[in-house]
Design a binder for this molecule. Structure first.
Ligand SMILES: [Zn+2]
Length: 295
């Protein structure tokens, strides 16, 4: 059954007559939660939504158990886009930018000379990282380059976003497919999808409209949700790594120690009693400095 009552989901499909597979992704509640607490300008919101779509498409494609991090970095006004997603289809993320950022859709303007890094941390097994330069104007095209270079899988991707939601369509040659004629044919059909249609119509309506002459098999959709995963407990662990003297100095000056999660902006506040408890529970006094972020 195709369940389109979900607001945040990813759905895989296969073309019966072609060596091509596809994915449709739609995110609304989750991307709104991703923006919450941050004052992102419109241009940043849009690219961060695209990154959320991309990371979830990658997670669904590269079957593994663990965590995937998609990170793009540049010396331009959009300094960082970072999304972490896991095999349970939960994700979180953050962007960094200069406040003077131009309202543009063009990554060559927002992120000149950017690099895209994909890190996979499987539950069991070795960490993998691939880094590719970003030569294209959009994240979708840069992702296509990534699949071509790193996976040798010809891939076409379309990403759309407005204030309410973000949607994406991916078509990919099956591993081992001998030529890309099938993909080219289907990509020509997919390219007729307008932004308005993509963001307003239900996924089965869209897939039918685009591919009604190419029978496809839909797999059940999978729910995606925003989940930061931070907690007071993890925050206390970070705190216990800060040298005791440093904590006491902050307490003297501020009366409390505050740790803010850089992803969801949750504040974890510790008064002097809390701090002593954390130090007592950690049972050690490591002389190691840390940043102010909570993982
Ligand atoms: Zn958090």
């Amino acid at each position: 059954m195709n369940d389109n009552t979900q607001s945040d989901f990813i759905q895989r499909f296969l073309f019966e007559g072609h060596s091509v597979r596809g994915q449709w992704i739609s995110l609304s509640t989750s991307v709104n939660e991703l923006m919450s607490g941050h004052n992102y300008p419109d241009a940043v919101k849009k690219q961060l939504k695209f990154a959320a779509l991309a990371a979830n498409l990658l997670t669904e494609t590269l079957k593994f158990e663990g965590r995937l991090t998609l990170q793009t970095q540049s010396g331009g006004d959009l300094k960082l886009l970072l999304i972490q997603a896991n095999h349970q289809h939960e994700f979180r993320g953050v962007a960094r930018f200069n406040s003077a950022i131009e309202n543009s859709d063009d990554l060559k303007i927002l992120m000149p000379g950017a690099q895209m890094a994909l890190t996979i941390e499987p539950k069991n097994g070795k960490r993998y990282q691939g880094i590719v330069p970003m030569h294209q104007h959009s994240l979708a095209e840069n992702l296509e380059d990534y699949f071509q270079q790193s996976e040798q899988l010809p891939t076409r991707i379309w990403l759309f976003a407005n204030n309410e939601k973000a949607v994406g369509l991916m078509l990919q040659s099956m591993p081992g497919a001998s030529d890309v004629a099938d993909l080219d044919h289907l990509a020509q059909l997919a390219a007729t999808l307008s932004e308005d249609e993509a963001l307003s119509l239900a996924s089965d309506t869209i897939l039918h409209r685009l591919f009604h002459q190419d029978p496809l098999r839909l797999f059940p959709s999978t729910a995606i949700k925003y989940s930061c995963g931070c907690s007071r407990e993890k925050s206390s662990t970070s705190l216990s790594l800060v040298p005791k003297e440093e904590l006491h100095e902050i307490l003297r000056e501020e009366g409390k120690v505050e740790l803010t999660c850089e992803f969801c902006q949750t504040q974890y506040v510790y008064d002097s009693i809390d701090v002593e408890q954390v130090l007592a529970n950690s049972g050690h006094d490591m002389n190691q400095s840390t940043g102010k972020t909570v993982q």
